[in-house]
Design a protein around this ligand. Structure first.
Ligand code: BDR
Ligand code: CA
Length: 310
């Protein structure tokens, strides 16, 4: 089983990422850590706990981390995720509680205890990962891989920048330059991960409590993606990083150089993906530039079906 820690800011697509990570037989979800991003930290942590509760994920610690970015001011994304960060489905207050340990400390502890076989899966701003690397640089050679959702050759939150990188570009820079093996699942790939009507039908047809919850998440997410971006179908960005850990062959990947802009007035948070090798800078990460829609959804839907098996 592949050991992973999900670092997230739920978030509709973050929630789906957690659900697939917890139920797929090929993954061992060791912890969920939370960060401010789509909403403030208290809210993203509460949302993570609610997701765990509805899915019966009781044994995985949920550890809150950074409540604000390293340098810049905090800005959330209520236009996409609502003011709670996960508007739409109505969930009861969870009885599960968050861990006392800070997200960065938990990651450091788990990595230092490990045999170098833990993959970090950040699907929100990279603040917690950057904090962990700065606090304990000896974790870097212990990280098997960082499979992050963020960046790409174009933006969404600004014309230049994708939300997770834009929300804390200084943290992204620390992660990119850390020397740890990084795989960037950016918008080029995730904008192909669309929940089309045919996909929604297959999800509702599963008919279990968790798949119904995913159906409701996608209804809300689909509406805001239409209103804000004029997308016909919403892209489920974050679960793509989890599916990459399960079956990387589903993604079209290139090993190349990616730098992040932290100074630009109009381009803060832009990822400069050197597709043609024009910078002369050596490749520093694997970047996903596309994916197989059918295979991706077969993995997601197949995993969600497991929640119905008593
Ligand atoms: C990313 O931003 C967030 O709103 C989503 O959860 C995803 O992680 C997409 O740009
Ligand atoms: Ca997210």
């Amino acid at each position: 089983k592949r050991k992973i820690i999900i670092d997230c800011d739920p978030g509709h697509d973050d929630a789906i990422a957690i659900l697939v990570a917890a139920a797929h037989p090929g993954l061992d979800l060791m912890a969920i850590t939370t960060v401010a991003g789509n909403a403030e930290l208290e809210q993203t942590t509460l949302n993570a706990l609610k997701v765990c509760e509805i899915a019966g994920i009781g044994e995985v610690p949920v550890a809150p981390g950074a409540g604000r970015p390293l340098v810049r001011n905090r800005e959330a994304a209520p236009a996409i995720h609502g003011s709670s960060g996960m508007d739409g489905p109505v969930l009861p207050e969870p009885s599960l509680r968050a861990a006392e340990e800070h997200a960065a400390d938990l990651m450091i502890r788990k990595l230092m205890e490990s045999e170098g076989d833990i993959t970090l899966v950040p699907v929100g701003p990279l603040t917690n990962i950057a904090l962990a690397i700065r606090r304990e640089p000896r974790i870097v050679p212990k990280i098997q891989e960082i499979v992050l959702m963020g960046g790409g050759t174009f933006g969404n939150w600004t014309p230049a920048a994708e939300f997770n990188i834009w929300a804390d570009a200084e943290a992204a820079q620390i992660v990119f330059e850390s020397g740890a093996p990084v795989t960037m699942i950016g918008l080029d790939a995730t904008h192909q991960a669309l929940a089309t009507p045919e996909i929604n039908e297959r999800i509702w047809a599963l008919g279990n409590r968790v798949s119904d919850f995913v159906g409701e998440l996608l209804l809300y997410f689909g509406r805001t993606y239409k209103q804000f971006f004029n997308f016909d179908h919403p892209p489920v960005h974050d679960v793509c990083s989890v599916v990459y850990c399960i079956d990387p062959v589903i993604f079209d990947c290139r090993f190349l150089n990616v730098a992040v802009e932290t100074k630009g007035e109009l381009s803060y948070g832009m990822t400069l993906v050197d597709i043609h090798g024009v910078t002369g800078r050596p490749p520093n990460m694997t970047a996903a530039l596309g994916l197989d829609h059918g295979k991706l959804w077969d993995v997601i839907i197949g995993t969600l079906s497991r929640y119905g098996e008593g």
